[in-house]
Design a protein around this ligand. Sequence first.
Ligand code: NDP
Length: 243
Amino acid sequence: MQKVVVITGASSGIGKATANLLISNKNKVVLAARRKDKLDNIFLENNSNSDDVIVTKTDVTSIKSVEDLASLALDKFGRIDVWINCAGIMPLSNFIDGKSTEWDNMIDVNIRGTLYGIKSVLPIMRRQSYGHIINISSKAGHESHPSGGVYSATKAAILMISDALRQEEIIAKSNVRVSVVSPGAVNTELLKSIHDKDTHKFIKSIYNQTAISPNRIANGILEIINLPADTNINEMIVGPANE
Ligand code: NDP
Protein backbone atom coordinates (compact mmCIF):
# COMPACT_ATOMS: atom_id res chain seq x y z
CA MET A 1 0.00 0.00 0.00
CA GLN A 2 1.16 3.53 -0.74
CA LYS A 3 2.15 5.20 2.52
CA VAL A 4 2.81 8.76 3.63
CA VAL A 5 6.30 8.77 5.12
CA VAL A 6 8.17 11.64 6.80
CA ILE A 7 11.96 11.29 7.04
CA THR A 8 14.21 13.58 9.08
CA GLY A 9 17.87 13.57 8.10
CA ALA A 10 16.83 12.85 4.51
CA SER A 11 19.59 14.92 2.87
CA SER A 12 22.32 12.27 3.03
CA GLY A 13 23.31 8.76 4.04
CA ILE A 14 20.68 6.42 5.46
CA GLY A 15 17.88 8.99 5.28
CA LYS A 16 18.63 9.74 1.63
CA ALA A 17 18.87 6.05 0.69
CA THR A 18 15.56 5.40 2.45
CA ALA A 19 13.97 8.37 0.68
CA ASN A 20 15.16 7.12 -2.72
CA LEU A 21 13.81 3.63 -2.06
CA LEU A 22 10.45 4.85 -0.78
CA ILE A 23 10.03 7.25 -3.68
CA SER A 24 10.88 4.53 -6.20
CA ASN A 25 8.28 2.32 -4.47
CA LYS A 26 5.63 5.00 -5.12
CA ASN A 27 5.11 6.14 -1.56
CA LYS A 28 4.30 9.74 -0.66
CA VAL A 29 7.42 11.08 0.97
CA VAL A 30 8.28 14.23 2.93
CA LEU A 31 12.02 14.90 3.04
CA ALA A 32 13.36 17.01 5.91
CA ALA A 33 16.83 18.28 6.81
CA ARG A 34 18.68 21.59 7.09
CA ARG A 35 20.41 21.47 3.67
CA LYS A 36 17.46 22.12 1.38
CA ASP A 37 19.65 22.12 -1.74
CA LYS A 38 20.47 18.45 -1.09
CA LEU A 39 16.78 17.66 -0.66
CA ASP A 40 15.97 19.48 -3.90
CA ASN A 41 18.57 17.31 -5.66
CA ILE A 42 16.93 14.12 -4.38
CA PHE A 43 13.59 15.43 -5.66
CA LEU A 44 15.09 16.10 -9.09
CA GLU A 45 17.14 12.90 -9.32
CA ASN A 46 13.97 10.86 -8.75
CA ASN A 47 11.97 12.85 -11.34
CA SER A 48 9.52 13.45 -8.50
CA ASN A 49 6.34 15.43 -8.80
CA SER A 50 5.05 17.60 -5.99
CA ASP A 51 1.84 15.56 -5.67
CA ASP A 52 3.95 12.72 -4.25
CA VAL A 53 7.14 14.18 -2.82
CA ILE A 54 7.80 17.37 -0.88
CA VAL A 55 10.97 18.73 0.65
CA THR A 56 11.28 21.12 3.54
CA LYS A 57 14.10 22.74 5.46
CA THR A 58 13.90 21.44 9.01
CA ASP A 59 16.14 21.71 12.05
CA VAL A 60 15.25 18.93 14.49
CA THR A 61 16.75 20.85 17.40
CA SER A 62 13.85 23.31 17.12
CA ILE A 63 10.47 22.06 18.33
CA LYS A 64 8.73 24.67 16.16
CA SER A 65 10.59 23.49 13.07
CA VAL A 66 9.61 19.85 13.73
CA GLU A 67 5.98 20.75 14.51
CA ASP A 68 5.88 22.73 11.26
CA LEU A 69 7.17 19.65 9.44
CA ALA A 70 4.35 17.52 10.84
CA SER A 71 1.76 20.18 9.97
CA LEU A 72 3.10 20.49 6.44
CA ALA A 73 2.94 16.72 5.87
CA LEU A 74 -0.57 16.50 7.29
CA ASP A 75 -1.85 19.49 5.29
CA LYS A 76 -0.36 18.12 2.10
CA PHE A 77 -1.30 14.44 2.34
CA GLY A 78 -4.09 14.33 4.96
CA ARG A 79 -2.34 11.70 7.06
CA ILE A 80 1.08 10.54 8.27
CA ASP A 81 1.54 6.77 8.19
CA VAL A 82 5.24 6.54 9.02
CA TRP A 83 7.63 8.97 10.72
CA ILE A 84 11.34 8.14 10.61
CA ASN A 85 13.58 9.96 13.10
CA CYS A 86 16.86 9.54 11.24
CA ALA A 87 18.70 12.87 11.76
CA GLY A 88 21.84 12.34 13.79
CA ILE A 89 25.43 13.43 14.38
CA MET A 90 28.46 11.64 15.84
CA PRO A 91 31.21 14.05 16.94
CA LEU A 92 33.25 11.49 18.87
CA SER A 93 35.95 12.55 21.34
CA ASN A 94 37.51 11.46 24.61
CA PHE A 95 36.08 12.86 27.84
CA ILE A 96 39.46 14.37 28.84
CA ASP A 97 39.11 16.80 25.90
CA GLY A 98 35.95 18.21 27.48
CA LYS A 99 34.17 19.04 24.22
CA SER A 100 30.97 19.95 26.00
CA THR A 101 29.53 21.91 23.05
CA GLU A 102 29.74 18.75 20.95
CA TRP A 103 28.11 16.75 23.75
CA ASP A 104 25.29 19.31 23.81
CA ASN A 105 24.92 19.16 20.02
CA MET A 106 24.66 15.36 20.07
CA ILE A 107 22.09 15.46 22.84
CA ASP A 108 20.14 18.14 20.96
CA VAL A 109 20.07 16.40 17.57
CA ASN A 110 20.04 12.73 18.54
CA ILE A 111 17.81 12.79 21.62
CA ARG A 112 15.84 16.05 21.58
CA GLY A 113 15.35 15.79 17.80
CA THR A 114 13.78 12.35 18.21
CA LEU A 115 11.63 13.47 21.13
CA TYR A 116 10.40 16.48 19.15
CA GLY A 117 9.48 14.13 16.30
CA ILE A 118 7.51 11.93 18.67
CA LYS A 119 5.77 14.92 20.26
CA SER A 120 4.82 16.31 16.85
CA VAL A 121 3.49 13.15 15.23
CA LEU A 122 2.06 11.05 18.06
CA PRO A 123 -1.19 13.05 18.55
CA ILE A 124 -1.74 12.88 14.77
CA MET A 125 -1.24 9.10 14.71
CA ARG A 126 -3.48 8.67 17.76
CA ARG A 127 -6.26 10.55 15.95
CA GLN A 128 -5.76 8.38 12.87
CA SER A 129 -5.70 5.21 15.02
CA TYR A 130 -2.78 4.20 12.87
CA GLY A 131 0.89 4.97 12.49
CA HIS A 132 4.43 3.74 12.69
CA ILE A 133 7.31 5.60 14.32
CA ILE A 134 10.78 4.37 13.37
CA ASN A 135 13.69 5.67 15.43
CA ILE A 136 17.28 5.23 14.30
CA SER A 137 19.56 4.11 17.13
CA SER A 138 22.84 2.26 16.55
CA LYS A 139 24.80 -0.81 17.54
CA ALA A 140 26.63 1.82 19.61
CA GLY A 141 23.46 2.12 21.68
CA HIS A 142 24.18 -1.38 23.00
CA GLU A 143 27.88 -0.98 23.78
CA SER A 144 30.43 1.82 23.96
CA HIS A 145 34.09 2.40 23.19
CA PRO A 146 36.74 5.05 23.93
CA SER A 147 35.60 8.40 22.41
CA GLY A 148 32.06 7.07 21.98
CA GLY A 149 30.62 7.59 25.46
CA VAL A 150 28.23 10.45 24.73
CA TYR A 151 27.23 9.20 21.28
CA SER A 152 26.46 5.76 22.72
CA ALA A 153 24.50 7.39 25.54
CA THR A 154 22.33 9.26 23.04
CA LYS A 155 21.70 6.05 21.07
CA ALA A 156 20.97 4.05 24.24
CA ALA A 157 18.47 6.80 25.09
CA ILE A 158 16.72 6.13 21.77
CA LEU A 159 16.36 2.46 22.71
CA MET A 160 14.79 3.33 26.08
CA ILE A 161 12.55 6.08 24.70
CA SER A 162 11.33 3.74 21.96
CA ASP A 163 10.74 0.84 24.34
CA ALA A 164 8.57 2.92 26.67
CA LEU A 165 6.70 4.53 23.78
CA ARG A 166 6.01 1.16 22.16
CA GLN A 167 4.59 -0.20 25.43
CA GLU A 168 2.48 2.94 26.01
CA GLU A 169 0.93 2.60 22.56
CA ILE A 170 0.22 -1.11 23.15
CA ILE A 171 -1.51 -0.30 26.44
CA ALA A 172 -3.49 2.48 24.74
CA LYS A 173 -4.46 0.10 21.88
CA SER A 174 -3.67 2.98 19.55
CA ASN A 175 -2.45 0.88 16.59
CA VAL A 176 0.68 3.02 16.62
CA ARG A 177 3.73 0.82 16.19
CA VAL A 178 7.24 1.77 17.28
CA SER A 179 10.37 0.24 15.79
CA VAL A 180 14.06 0.88 16.22
CA VAL A 181 16.71 0.35 13.57
CA SER A 182 20.22 -0.03 14.99
CA PRO A 183 22.83 0.00 12.23
CA GLY A 184 26.48 -0.94 12.46
CA ALA A 185 29.09 0.81 10.31
CA VAL A 186 27.47 2.39 7.25
CA ASN A 187 29.21 4.39 4.54
CA THR A 188 27.67 7.88 4.91
CA GLU A 189 28.66 11.46 5.73
CA LEU A 190 28.41 10.72 9.46
CA LEU A 191 32.18 10.66 10.04
CA LYS A 192 32.38 14.29 8.83
CA SER A 193 30.86 15.23 12.18
CA ILE A 194 33.98 13.91 13.99
CA HIS A 195 36.19 16.99 14.47
CA ASP A 196 38.82 15.35 16.66
CA LYS A 197 41.55 14.49 14.10
CA ASP A 198 42.98 11.35 15.75
CA THR A 199 39.55 9.93 16.45
CA HIS A 200 38.44 10.66 12.88
CA LYS A 201 41.50 8.87 11.49
CA PHE A 202 40.96 5.84 13.71
CA ILE A 203 37.24 5.49 13.01
CA LYS A 204 37.80 6.10 9.29
CA SER A 205 40.29 3.23 9.16
CA ILE A 206 37.70 0.91 10.71
CA TYR A 207 34.94 2.12 8.38
CA ASN A 208 37.20 1.65 5.34
CA GLN A 209 37.35 -2.05 6.16
CA THR A 210 33.80 -2.71 7.25
CA ALA A 211 31.18 -0.11 6.33
CA ILE A 212 28.29 -1.16 4.11
CA SER A 213 26.07 0.83 1.77
CA PRO A 214 23.21 2.87 3.27
CA ASN A 215 20.98 1.08 0.76
CA ARG A 216 21.24 -2.01 2.98
CA ILE A 217 19.74 -0.13 5.89
CA ALA A 218 17.08 1.39 3.66
CA ASN A 219 16.05 -2.13 2.63
CA GLY A 220 15.63 -3.03 6.29
CA ILE A 221 13.51 0.06 6.93
CA LEU A 222 11.31 -0.76 3.93
CA GLU A 223 10.82 -4.27 5.29
CA ILE A 224 9.64 -2.83 8.63
CA ILE A 225 7.30 -0.36 6.94
CA ASN A 226 5.73 -3.07 4.78
CA LEU A 227 4.93 -5.47 7.62
CA PRO A 228 1.23 -6.32 8.06
CA ALA A 229 -0.48 -4.07 10.65
CA ASP A 230 -0.60 -6.89 13.23
CA THR A 231 3.17 -7.43 13.14
CA ASN A 232 6.14 -5.41 14.31
CA ILE A 233 9.90 -5.61 14.41
CA ASN A 234 10.69 -3.94 17.73
CA GLU A 235 14.37 -3.58 16.89
CA MET A 236 16.35 -4.41 13.78
CA ILE A 237 20.12 -4.61 14.37
CA VAL A 238 21.68 -4.53 10.93
CA GLY A 239 25.24 -3.98 9.82
CA PRO A 240 28.29 -5.44 8.11
CA ALA A 241 28.43 -9.23 8.16
CA ASN A 242 32.05 -9.10 9.36
CA GLU A 243 31.52 -6.54 12.13
P1 NDP B 1 24.75 11.41 7.54
O1 NDP B 1 25.69 12.38 8.13
O2 NDP B 1 24.97 11.00 6.13
O3 NDP B 1 23.25 11.92 7.70
C1 NDP B 1 22.84 12.62 8.84
C2 NDP B 1 21.56 13.36 8.50
O4 NDP B 1 21.12 14.05 9.68
C3 NDP B 1 21.75 14.38 7.40
O5 NDP B 1 20.67 14.29 6.51
C4 NDP B 1 21.71 15.70 8.15
O6 NDP B 1 21.12 16.70 7.31
C5 NDP B 1 20.77 15.36 9.29
N1 NDP B 1 20.89 16.30 10.40
C6 NDP B 1 21.95 16.54 11.20
N2 NDP B 1 21.66 17.53 12.07
C7 NDP B 1 20.37 17.91 11.81
C8 NDP B 1 19.50 18.87 12.37
N3 NDP B 1 19.87 19.68 13.38
N4 NDP B 1 18.26 18.99 11.86
C9 NDP B 1 17.86 18.20 10.82
N5 NDP B 1 18.64 17.25 10.27
C10 NDP B 1 19.89 17.12 10.76
O7 NDP B 1 24.78 10.13 8.50
P2 NDP B 1 23.95 8.76 8.53
O8 NDP B 1 23.06 8.63 7.39
O9 NDP B 1 24.92 7.72 8.82
O10 NDP B 1 23.09 8.99 9.86
C11 NDP B 1 21.70 8.74 9.94
C12 NDP B 1 21.39 8.14 11.29
O11 NDP B 1 21.97 6.84 11.37
C13 NDP B 1 21.95 8.93 12.47
O12 NDP B 1 20.99 8.97 13.50
C14 NDP B 1 23.16 8.10 12.90
O13 NDP B 1 23.46 8.28 14.25
C15 NDP B 1 22.64 6.71 12.59
N6 NDP B 1 23.67 5.68 12.48
C16 NDP B 1 24.63 5.75 11.50
C17 NDP B 1 25.61 4.80 11.42
C18 NDP B 1 26.71 4.87 10.42
O14 NDP B 1 27.68 4.08 10.53
N7 NDP B 1 26.65 5.72 9.41
C19 NDP B 1 25.64 3.66 12.34
C20 NDP B 1 24.57 3.66 13.30
C21 NDP B 1 23.62 4.63 13.35
P3 NDP B 1 21.52 18.25 7.28
O15 NDP B 1 22.98 18.37 7.61
O16 NDP B 1 21.19 18.64 5.87
O17 NDP B 1 20.62 18.90 8.28
